[in-house]
Design a protein around this ligand. Structure first.
Ligand code: G6P
Length: 629
């Protein structure tokens, strides 16, 4: 939540800042702003709304200067007004600062600062940090006449006094932060710091970039430094110095960023969400690639980092996640329990982090997360790690905090997901769940033959995903017919209960239609009261063990006059008779149904949202990467 960019080098900073903010807009889009330093003065431009609104302002009043910062905001403290937009200025134009995270003790600090003459104008927690940094700089670096004294310090002293001041300010903060700041009297340096919120530095040729993640760097550099918690970096045009709170100066590692420009562009699609839906044959292939071993009839993973002994002794699996990733965990529960017979528990990360459930020493935790930055998922992982459990990440973003903090893990290799509503990451998570179920199953009761059959089915999956996409026109037609409805039910059983939850979530997050996902039989205990001719029920009813039961549930809805939209197998005969609308998916084994059935539901939500005129890629109030509690 909230995106940060920064630039220092020989070129106009605002070009990179604006382009970078567009790439980070998925992190929040309540307001945006930039600051540059030109001729020893800050130029601050802010706008409520989207980055496009900021660009219009910058066209009228360009922000010159070859050092600067930018920010796109997801409001936590204070509404989305210009005064609350970042950057925030501290003191008498001493520092300009952007922030991602939450400062929990900002009220106390605000009061203390006011007593010392540093007043905040905004309602944000961030401005307190700006004032705090300014007060520490003023205390350390100001000459007796009150002006910031460059002359009073040698060049080295000037920087160390500045770093001391920033560190002193940071030491007073409670909460989480990714921070980037520039200084009027040190116009050749950006200081960044992180605790709990992501920050990276891009290493260019005689220029450096700062960002919340790697996407703004694409096209500028493929060399990236990931800052760790409690680290602060002093970034100049030619150098990066990383200082850890407890360890002092530390060597930083320059990693390779493996994203290319086509992955972060629309490529002819009207929205990222649609592009990402249509990428699924490739992303599913990428999740499977190199992970099927026919000789051993099992899956292979390079990075679990657990010994064979540890793997065999696992007696319980905890899957933790948030949002859509939590739905893939539910799918994983069905898969792992049926293939491997290991008890699985699925926990909301936001609950798990504060619970203390009894766990055997051989419990393993998988944190499932597209971004690898969700704060609750990270906190749950840390909590389980603290208690000595092996922690593994199933993650899309390479080098993300959760990927780095877990003991090991599995990458999705789905490429950047830009649309706020997760699509391709979800199906890749389900694929990885199937691979894991196979892997654990083959370590236990699953026979060689059964393992080989699962491998064949997984190998054929990309073809089925391709076939699922053929329902695009049909879902568009159905969406047009029902887009005006205000309530939807999504119903499925067993493997497709999570599909129902995910379908409902997709619809509500991007089209703002209220939707509830329910186990099909359970709807009799409440949601059936909602059924009338204006409340469609979407049934996920492919062939399988519970097919006839779900058909009976469908009859119950029909008997009450509710329209039924049925997602069915190609060769279905009963559901097609009952349903008002039918969407066909390929016939696949039950464990793969959540993957192929998710696709029409993604498309249904997408088309409903576009018919309702919603901003599909940037739904109101949401952000893709939730880095605050
Ligand atoms: C936000 C996003 C969802 C996502 C969830 C978990 O709510 O809008 O699309 O599923 O966070 O994110 P993660 O990156 O941990 O999968």
């Amino acid at each position: 939540m909230c995106g940060i960019v920064g630039y220092i080098g020989p070129y106009q900073a605002s070009d990179f800042l604006v382009e970078g903010l567009r790439r980070l807009e998925y992190r929040g889009y309540d307001s945006s702003g930039v600051v540059t330093i030109d001729d020893g003065e800050f130029t601050v431009t802010k706008s409520t709304g989207r980055v496009d609104d900021l660009v219009e302002k910058l066209k009228a009043h360009p922000a010159r200067g070859s050092i600067g910062l930018g920010h796109t905001r997801w409001a936590t403290h204070g509404p989305a007004t210009e005064v609350n937009a970042h950057p925030h200025i501290g003191g008498d134009n001493v520092v300009a600062l952007v922030h991602n995270g939450v400062i929990e003790n900002f009220r106390e600090l605000k009061q203390q600062l006011a007593e010392r003459g540093y007043y905040c104008k905004s309602a944000t927690d961030t401005e307190v940090v700006a004032q705090l940094v300014a007060s520490e700089i003023d205390a350390r670096c100001t000459a007796p006449n009150g002006a910031a004294s460059n002359a009073a310090f040698s060049a080295a002293d000037r920087y160390s006094a500045l770093v001391d001041a920033v560190q002193a300010a940071l030491s007073q903060l409670r909460g989480t932060y990714g921070l980037a700041m520039v200084f009027r009297d040190w116009p050749d340096v950006i200081i960044v710091a992180r605790l709990g919120s992501p920050l990276v530095i891009g290493v260019g040729d005689d220029e450096h970039f700062v960002a919340s993640d790697g996407s703004p760097l694409v096209g500028h550099t493929d060399r990236i430094v990931y800052l760790a918690d409690h680290e602060l970096a002093v970034v100049t045009t030619h150098s990066i110095r990383v200082i850890h709170r407890d360890e002092g100066d530390v060597r930083h590692k320059v990693n390779r960023l493996d994203i290319d420009t086509t992955q972060v562009e629309l490529g002819g699609f009207p929205h990222y969400m649609l592009k990402e839906i249509f990428e699924q044959p490739e992303t599913v292939t990428a999740a499977i690639r190199g992970r099927l071993n026919r000789d051993e009839a099992t899956a292979v993973f390079g990075g679990l980092n657990l010994t064979a002994q540890q793997l065999r002794s696992i007696d319980r699996v905890v899957l933790t996640a948030c949002g859509t990733s939590w739905h893939s965990a539910l799918v994983g529960e069905y898969m792992i329990e049926s293939f491997a017979r290991i008890p699985v528990e699925v926990e909301y990360a936001s609950e798990l982090r504060y619970r203390n459930p009894p766990m055997s020493p051989h419990t393993v935790l998988f944190a499932i997360t597209q971004s690898g930055e969700t704060i609750d998922t990270l906190a749950a992982l840390r909590e389980m790690k603290r208690k000595g459990h092996p922690t593994l990440a199933i993650c899309n973003v390479v080098g993300s905090t959760i990927a780095r903090e877990a003991d090991g893990g599995i990458y999705l290799h789905a490429g950047p997901e830009v649309g706020v509503a997760s699509t391709k990451a979800y199906t890749s998570q389900c694929v990885v769940m199937a691979l894991l179920a196979l892997y654990f199953g083959r370590m236990r009761d699953l026979s060689f033959d059964a393992g080989l059959r699962i491998i064949d089915e997984l190998a054929a999956l990309p073809k089925y995903v391709e076939e699922s996409l053929e329902c695009n026109n049909e879902t568009r037609r159905i969406a047009a017919k029902y887009a005006a409805c205000n309530n939807f039910l999504y119903l499925g059983r067993q493997f497709n209960f999570p599909t129902a939850l995910e379908g409902a979530l997709k619809l509500k997050e991007i089209s703002y239609i209220h939707a509830e996902g329910y186990p099909a039989a359970e709807m009799k205990h409440g949601p059936i009261a909602l059924v009338d001719k204006h409340t469609p029920s979407v049934f996920i009813v492919p062939q399988g063990g519970v097919y006839s039961k779900v058909i009976a549930n469908m009859e119950e809805i029909k008997a009450r006059g509710g329209p039924v939209i049925a997602v069915v197998d190609k060769d279905d005969s009963q559901a097609v008779e009952l349903a008002d609308e039918v969407i066909h998916i390929p016939t696949v084994p039950e464990f793969l149904q959540p993957i192929v059935a998710a696709i029409p539901l993604q498309l249904l939500a997408y088309h409903a949202a576009t018919f309702r005129g919603c901003d599909v890629d940037k739904p109101r109030n949401l952000a893709k990467s939730v880095t605050v509690e």
